[in-house]
Design a protein around this ligand. Structure first.
Ligand code: PLZ
Length: 457
């Protein structure tokens, strides 16, 4: 079988925005690649779908067999501007033709500074800021902790129940969930402590301020503010299940941190860059973090990450104390500038809000008649559905897994998440055509209905 080449436009693949299945999922070429993977790639690196991508753009991923799949995952919240966005592709090509790497620590270049300026301008708060660039979310988080320690001279860091901050040694310690992220990989670093978070669906409707007071009490009794460099929190806890803390939780925690000389770090790696309908999720409650970590959406799919924060905190580190060979690579910076331009000027916050309304309405209506849907929550283009056993309210991970698997075979890329694995999350590209979004949601809803009828339980 021959597969039609995608038409190449000025910058990227102009793919028909449709779901089109021409083979079973996975098709024969994907099956063959999966066999090669088993022989060549470390077994610890697993894939959500057994389908190999060839091209992607708008709201679709086209696989090696020519199937066009609806993308409700954005490569885990990365391609907010759309995959292979034409202006990103153009910027990448132009920069790559000039230089692919010189190392900012050796012979620096303007793009890095322009990205830092953009981040200083766009992140919450109008105080003086500085930024430093890295390669991945985990690396940004590690550096935020280093900076907070250098500034405060204190050792301890608090992370929260259900948190996800990465897979490196320090960030594994910050991440809450053992399987698959931590099990067997210890020992972990010391001076990382965990506090309870507000989880409205599972904490009996505690108010945000009460939940924050409980966390603060834990911190004060078990650590002490005089030992604590930083608290780090995702404004919406992503991998943990798209948990939106009750109103008041984040502002109360941020105010306590400010009053106690503790650096408040917002990990916006997943929530950042228009994903939640605002440029940053902290804005929904007017929270101004001292430091903010970003990655994922920042560069339209190129690896780039950043720590941005108060100038006096960022500048506490001695010269040469921050860096890395590739951090702020010029091609990644060029991609980021094109992506940031799209986030600011292409109405992507509004697009995220529209997506959120559609997903919330669809699953909110279903929830009214389907008691297996315990909760529908999130903001903007970051909405999740939490599945439960109706009799007990216990998490139903098997249902989430089966619904996702059924959607996958129908050509819809959808991801699960959650500490208990019982959450399906929707993270479409903000540029997805809305008809395609609706079709994808229909398929997930049908999968849910059918799992019901053929369920042995
Ligand atoms: N902080 C809030 O969501 C990455 C992880 C997928 P990296 N989330 C996706 C997986 O299974 O590895 C993430 C995040 C938040 C930090 C990170 C880490 O970002 O770019 O994956 O290092």
């Amino acid at each position: 079988m021959t597969i039609a080449e995608p038409t190449l436009t000025a910058g990227g693949p102009a793919l028909p925005q449709e779901r089109r299945l021409v083979t079973d999922i996975p098709g024969p070429r994907s099956v063959a690649l999966m066999e090669r993977k088993h022989g060549a790639v470390a077994g610890g690196v697993s894939t959500t779908m057994p389908v190999y991508a060839r091209a992607a753009g708008g709201g679709v991923v086209v696989d090696v067999d020519g199937n066009s799949l609806i993308d409700l995952g954005s490569g885990i919240a990365v391609t907010g501007v759309g995959n292979a966005h034409p202006r990103v592709v153009e910027a990448v090509a132009a920069q790559a033709a000039l230089s692919t790497h010189t190392c900012f620590m050796v012979t620096p270049y303007e793009g890095y500074i322009t990205v830092a300026e953009a981040l200083n301008r766009l992140t919450p708060g109008d105080h003086a800021k500085r930024s430093a660039l890295f390669n991945s979310g985990a690396e940004a988080v590690e550096n935020a902790v280093k900076i907070a320690r250098a500034h405060t001279g204190k050792p301890a860091v608090v992370a929260f129940d259900h948190a996800y901050h990465g897979r490196t040694n320090l960030t594994m310690a910050l991440t809450a969930k053992s399987m698959p992220y931590k099990r067997g990989f210890g020992p972990f670093v010391s001076e990382v402590y965990r506090a309870p978070v507000s989880y409205p669906f599972r904490d009996g409707g505690m108010t945000g301020t009460d939940a924050a007071r409980a966390a603060i009490s834990r911190i004060e009794t078990q650590i002490g503010a005089d030992q604590l460099a930083a608290v780090i929190i995702e404004p919406i806890l992503g991998e943990g299940g798209f948990i939106v803390p009750a109103e008041g939780f984040l502002p109360t925690l941020a105010a306590w941190a400010r009053d106690n000389g503790v650096v408040f770090i917002a990990d916006e790696v997943q929530t950042g860059f228009a994903r939640t309908g605002r440029m940053f999720a902290c804005e929904h409650e007017g929270v101004v973090p001292d430091l903010i970590t970003t990655a994922k959406g920042i560069a339209g799919g190129m690896p780039l990450a950043a720590v941005t924060g108060r100038a006096e905190i960022m500048d506490a580190v001695h010269a040469g104390g921050l860096g890395g060979t590739y951090g702020g690579n010029p091609v990644a910076c060029a991609a980021a500038l094109a992506a940031i331009d799209a986030f600011e000027n292409d109405g992507l916050c509004e697009a995220a809000e529209r997506i959120g309304e559609i997903v919330t309405r669809r699953f909110g209506e279903l929830a009214a008649s389907d008691p297996r849907i315990g909760d529908v929550r999130g903001r903007g283009a970051m909405i999740a559905v939490e599945f439960v056993r109706p009799e007990t309210g216990e998490p139903d991970a098997e249902l989430a897994r089966r619904v996702a698997a059924a959607a996958h075979t129908q050509g819809v890329i959808v991801l699960t998440c959650g500490t208990y694995g019982n959450v399906i999350r929707f993270l479409p590209p903000l540029s997805i055509p809305l008809e395609l979004l609706v079709e994808g949601l229909d398929i997930v809803a049908t999968a849910l209905r059918d799992v019901h009828t053929d369920s042995a339980r």
